[in-house]
Design a protein around this ligand. Structure first.
Ligand SMILES: O=C(O)CCC(=O)C(=O)O
Ligand SMILES: [Fe+2]
Length: 389
């Protein structure tokens, strides 16, 4: 009989460097191989990355405070007017990215604030006037969440899930790829009824999600399943890049949000919005990974065909992870797509600006260039498909 669908709750050791309990390692391995979703225990005493409930309460309050700003103040710090993809966004700023296998389209109608690490394009998160304290709280939460992501990546390597990529030592892996990772967080707010995120896969390595309520669903075995909502636990899932890097050992699975406060919160409650806080972690800038593997197909396809052939006759791709992340922004955010198109139409300007911040295979192949011209940052990509974060 096929094992039943399960999203386990996993506990990592209480001190960084301690061995992971064998039963937890088995659960982790199975969850990654099956669908790439699990809950991460955030109870006190578990994980050197434990984030205190008071800190979590503060970040929820900060998120609510950001969204409470008047609409004009939010639009004044729109991602669309930023040069570093930071600030406020609504579904109007996004390309459509529905990946529902049945073709069902549910309209994405959330709003959000996009935050990033200083090494992502250029420093400077953008919040409405008077909301600097709320912004600082989100930044502080990001630092804590980053440590939790690194702890999970360490466990992924310890579980042997990157062995086919030649990565078998957690300490060496963290030192080499995650000493100064590129990461971003979004504060998201969904309306009280029919609050949705389209079916999508995340595109990067690892996502650490703090959900404020039920509503997240994952598509496995031809059906949608609710992801259990366990207050205090994180939801961990993985993106297309790690799926390709691990040769498919870690799955990047389609998920969506379908939220109705009165229905999903157990019924009877007053209508209330749903907040959530996903944090997305990617390797250090300058990291080039070999993705795909024997036959290439699904895994290589998972990175949208972006990268250069490895040049050794295999069907692997060499993916400059930072350029890849920017290519996903271009495919997802309308203002970046427009800037990328403008940059492509002005090859001289692109060529002049190329080289700053672009390293590795993709740059060498000549299909990608990061251009900062006239205040607009653009990344021109050949062959990028549309994805969500
Ligand atoms: O809001 C959520 O619970 C999930 C959001 C999500 O999947 C994403 O931002 O990639
Ligand atoms: Fe997602």
């Amino acid at each position: 009989m096929a094992p039943s669908f399960c999203i386990p709750l996993i506990t990592l050791p209480s001190r960084a460097g301690d061995a992971i309990a064998p039963d937890q390692l088995d659960l982790l391995r199975q969850a990654c191989l099956d669908h790439g979703f699990f809950l991460l225990n955030n109870e006190d005493g578990h994980g050197g990355f434990h984030i205190a409930p008071e800190k979590i309460d503060r970040v929820w309050a900060a998120a609510a405070d950001l969204f409470d700003a008047p609409m004009e103040a939010k639009r004044a710090v729109s991602v669309a007017s930023s040069t570093n993809n930071r600030g406020y966004f609504s579904s109007a700023d996004h390309a459509e990215y529905n990946k529902d296998p049945s073709g069902l389209v549910i309209k994405d109608n959330k709003e959000g604030f996009f935050f990033g690490s200083d090494n992502l394009i250029a420093p400077g998160n953008r919040v409405p006037p008077g909301k600097a304290a709320a912004g600082a709280e989100v930044e502080s939460y990001m630092e804590a969440g980053r440590a939790a992501c690194v702890a999970v990546m360490r466990a992924i390597v310890a579980a042997g899930l990157l062995a086919e990529a030649g990565e078998t030592c957690p300490d060496a892996f963290v030192a080499r790829y995650l000493s100064d990772p590129v990461y971003m967080a979004k504060c998201l707010k969904y309306p009280p009824s029919n609050g949705n995120t389209d079916a999508h896969t995340d595109y990067g390595c690892i996502t650490l999600l703090l959900p404020g309520d039920r509503g997240l669903e994952v598509h496995v075995g031809g059906a949608w399943h609710p992801v259990p909502f366990a207050p205090g636990a994180y939801v961990i899932n993985f993106g297309d890049l790690l799926a390709a890097w691990s040769r498919g050992a870690v799955r990047s699975t389609i998920h969506r949000v379908l939220y109705n406060s009165t229905a999903t919160a157990g019924g009877g409650g007053a209508p209330k919005p749903r907040y959530s806080l996903p944090l997305f972690l990617h390797p250090n800038r300058g990291t080039v990974v070999r993705a795909g593997g024997g036959g290439g197909g699904a895994a290589a396809g998972a990175v949208g065909g972006f990268g250069a052939p490895a040049g050794d006759g295999s069907s692997d791709l060499l993916v400059d992870t930072y350029s890849y992340v920017l290519s996903r922004f271009d495919a997802t955010y309308k203002h970046r797509a427009a800037a990328a198109a403008a940059a492509a139409a002005a090859p001289a300007a692109v060529a002049a600006a190329a080289g700053g911040g672009v390293e590795g295979a993709a740059g060498a192949r000549g299909t990608e260039a990061e251009a900062e011209a006239g205040g607009a940052t653009a990344t021109a990509i050949v062959g990028a498909a549309v994805d969500s974060a």
